[in-house]
Design a protein around this ligand. Sequence first.
Ligand code: ZN
Length: 651
Amino acid sequence: MPRNLWDNVDASEFRDDLAQRIYTSRLLGRDQALVLHGGGNTSVKTIGEDVFGHAVEILYVKASGHDLIDIEPEGFAPLRCVPTKQLAELAELQDSKMVNELSSYSLDASAPPASVEAILHAILPFKFVDHTHADAIVTLTNSVDGLLRIRKVFEESALIVPYVMPGFKLSRAVREMITGASLDGRIGMILMNHGVFSWGDTAKESYDRMISLVQMAEDYVKEQPLREASFEPPGQRAELCDIAELRREISRRAGEPVLLRTFDDDRSRRFVSRSDIEAVSQQGPATPDHVIRTKRLPMIGSDVDAYATEYARYFDENSTVGLEMLDPAPRVILDRRIGFAVSGKSSKDLRIVEEIYRHTMDIIENAEDRLGGYRALSANDLFDMEYWDLEQAKLKRAGKPRVFAGEVAMVTGSASGIGKACAKALLARGAAVVGVDISPHEALDEANSPFTADVTDHDQVRRVLDAAVRMHGGLDMLVLSAGIFPPTESLASMSIESWRRTMSLNLDSAFQLLSMAYPFLKQSPRGARVVVIGSKNVAAPGPGAAAYSVSKAALTQLTRVLALEWSGDSIRINTVHPNAVFDTGVWTDEKIAARAASYDMTPEQYRRNNLLGVEITSGDVGELVAEMCGPLFSKVHGAQIAIDGGNERTV
Ligand code: ZN
């Protein structure tokens, strides 16, 4: 149910026209039943001043690629209203020309490109104009006899516009409808198979009307009798390896690695188990601009090749000369064993596709179960949207994908020190990073999922791996950084318990995680990479650290064996030997001072006690580890690389 979120006190802080515009735009953005990621757009017409001090009518219209929920003044393009409006009088206007014209009407050369609906906003003779793709409205327009139902509900209150491709064509069509016609009594317009506009003299009036229009649609849907759907009995659930295999197949057809997120909630399970799932899900999205995120159709089942073949057929049937086919991999997967799943290049992409499709499930079910059936736009109309330059430009604005986009890394010991630095460096290169540490820690960003777990505990490691595969579809990179550096102890005074504690964390846990991760690593689309954090002590042990030195030496030997065993699976494994990394949890200023004193050095000298006389930071190690997972090191395997500023005992 759309809630009217208007609050007089909050609103009073937004004083001028643009500020009021921002306030209600954010209110719209807060309700996902009205607006999903990047969807919807709003505008206000106001009088401003140009550089000569002349009054000029300005249309502030949402810029493409901005979200309403947190929009700022910079999220609006300030266009000269008069020429923008005039564009609708042209008989034809190419898209690229339209974008160019609109940019040239901006009063700010650095403003972002205006929404593709800018002309439509300009020609509507109202100060405030709001546009959403509200679920309830598109449920009605995308149902059997949708137009009749829309007429029944909105005949009196709104203008009803048949589907026209958004952009210039839609602006022109609406201009024809409203020229010479009275809009008295109409509080907005319904765009068939697309969404709804509302308008008003004030931000509040336009917002209130949007809520009313959506409420009318919702009330209508609710009043219709419910026809109970039938469901298939639950079948066998997929294994984790099936998920990793499916991700590999999707990545192959996408031409690059992608993430795959699977869901196991009751709501999506119920949708996937509908007996009519094939019919109801194979029509198209609820509103055309979803097509660039979800593709036209979800994949039913897990036959990726069949899906890609079908996509190629759709492309051939609808494309015109000169178009190049986009990747034919599915974005939404509905499979009885796997459940509902989404794929994409980043955690953000996954979130957007998930959001869109969860709303699509509701829309389809309401249309199917209450309105006689769900009906989407034709394949041809959707194709035109999917391959529309102006829609593809929205995706391109995200920039070139980073080197590890679509890939998944797991880092142990990620709460602090070298592990945290590795997680940061991998995130900066676009990987989704699963962090594991016995200490609770916060996510570094949206692509980071921290887990609190003891890596020596089999069940806890299983739980984290399980979650990682369900969340991202597999595992491409593994960085083993968890370890302890126990206090100095001579062999004579070392207890077997102390020895075992070091072995358990530094060595046994690595063996366990490597063996448990192997089935997923070998499914990595690009070939997996493992980096193990060793130690200078392997080549140059010191007295008083028997357990530590032996554990790291054994760990290094383990990676050498795995380099031999795993090369056939295209898994690269290497060891990094850092030394004297003092910005980690192991070291405090007091400890460094004490150590330095025992060598007759100042702390500063001790920190730089290597051939180059440089300080080694955990950040340096993190960057090296990340690079070792990347293309620069693509032919390095079974190697041991020291990062220690040069050590006279090991060179
Ligand atoms: Zn729209």
